[in-house]
Design a protein around this ligand. Structure first.
Ligand code: HEC
Length: 253
């Protein structure tokens, strides 16, 4: 019996998966698959800004359109560049070998990126480019040092500068001053303004990562709904099973 209880306890301990971030602080974002407007905005940003280089080979436009509540014709007219059809996967034409020569590393497929790195990592990564003239594209990244990707969203965010050393960067988090309620610390600040304010940019990236999170697990809502139904079934079934057990055991002493 004791072993049984220990086994139950172990099952109940939640298993926390933690990605290796090299010790850098990650900003939190919690995806919301029920927020269709956010997912739609995210898809628009993804198609416009990311699919020049990155594919999402395991996602079909049509499935995304259905799940996000966008009519197929609108997707075909506004979100598909080139001659792909709405029933096809979100592929790109850039050859891998050329891309590797241009960027050092080829841009990976992003369908499952949030499953690989976690939403927090992607959310922080896309907001953590900073000016570094030593790098080929003039930018570096706090969570992905010496990254081969240019800062594609610089026009929106502006150009950030980093005023920390490498060691400081690992531990330098933004915190809220309890007295004034203002943000303190942080290594990065915008030196040349982009077209969006900081909040607007963060929201754009939230929507984008929300969409990427949807791509990584498009059946999340469905599985949650089924999960609830199964739990309700088990709860009701318990009473029948218990009554049956009583019936079977009533003559055994
Ligand atoms: C001009 C081409 C280009 C565009 C456009 C681009 N990227 Fe990238 N991206 C790259 C390259 C190249 C890499 C690989 C960098 C490396 O490994 O050093 C990369 C890497 C990444 C990674 C890290 C992958 C990993 O886990 O190793 C993420 C996440 C990412 N890109 C997201 C995006 C998103 C989101 C967009 C759209 C807002 C975008 N990228 C637009 C070229 C691009």
């Amino acid at each position: 019996m004791k072993k049984f209880f220990i086994a139950i306890m172990l099952v109940l301990v939640p298993v926390v998966a933690s990605a290796n971030t090299g010790g850098v602080h990650l900003d939190k974002m919690s995806p919301d698959p029920t927020n269709k407007e956010s997912l739609q905005r995210g898809m628009k940003t993804f198609v416009n800004y990311c699919m020049g280089c990155h594919s999402a080979n395991y996602q079909r436009y049509e499935r995304a359109a259905t799940d996000l509540g966008i009519p197929n014709e609108l997707v075909q007219q506004n979100l598909i560049f080139g001659d792909s059809k709405v029933g096809e996967q979100m592929t790109i034409a850039m050859p891998k070998a050329d891309a590797a020569a241009w960027f050092g590393n080829p841009p990976p497929d992003l369908t499952l990126e949030t499953r690989l790195r976690g939403e927090d990592w992607v959310y922080t990564y896309l907001r953590s480019f900073y000016k570094d003239p030593a790098r080929p594209w003039g930018v570096n990244n706090v969570v992905f040092p010496d990254v081969g990707m240019p800062n594609i969203l610089e026009g929106l965010q502006g150009l950030q500068v980093n005023h920390c050393t490498k060691e400081e960067m690992a531990h330098h988090e933004k915190t809220i001053d309890p007295l004034t309620g203002l943000e303190m610390g942080g290594c990065l600040s915008v030196a040349e303004k982009g077209s969006l304010s900081e909040e607007e940019f963060d929201k754009t990236i939230y929507d984008l990562v929300n969409f990427m999170s949807y791509m990584g697990n498009p059946v999340k809502l469905e599985s949650q709904a089924i999960g609830y139904k199964v739990l309700i079934f088990l709860f009701i079934f318990f009473f029948f099973a218990y009554a049956l057990k009583k019936e079977y055991w009533k003559d055994v002493h």
